[in-house]
Design a protein around this ligand. Structure first.
Ligand code: FES
Length: 119
């Protein structure tokens, strides 16, 4: 059986970094990222990456996601390939994630979601 996964470690990923924002909304009143301005965070990130001309293959992709199952820490976003989970409050936090991690490659420690935070 052959694998579709890259076998050569030098294979470059299609995107250098990928950030997923949970935009899930629950209408039954249960905790969800949409209650905490997740859409604004996503929109701001997307615009910042566009303004910096960093979107596209080999660069950064900003994606919407449904529930990422870490709702009690919401709003949440996760950056790959590092697999770093963030929580954020406002545009300043998003700016730090963009500048320090998505562009600079450094984890923004003050925004890292604690490991025990789940649904
Ligand atoms: S609603 Fe956002 S992680 Fe579940």
């Amino acid at each position: 059986m052959t694998s579709a996964l890259p076998s050569d470690p030098s294979d470059k990923p299609y995107f250098a970094r990928h950030i997923f924002f949970c935009l899930n909304e629950r209408k039954n009143g249960e905790e969800c990222c949409a209650q905490h301005h997740a859409q604004e965070g996503f929109d701001h990130c997307k615009q910042r990456i566009r303004d910096a001309k960093l979107s596209g293959p080999g660069q950064v992709r900003v994606n919407k996601a449904g529930c990422l199952d870490r709702c009690s820490g919401g709003p949440v976003a996760v950056v790959y390939p590092e697999g770093v989970w963030y929580t954020y409050v406002d545009a300043n936090d998003i700016d730090d994630i963009v500048n320090e991690h998505l562009i600079g490659g450094k984890v923004v420690q003050r925004l890292v979601l604690p490991p025990h935070v789940g649904r």
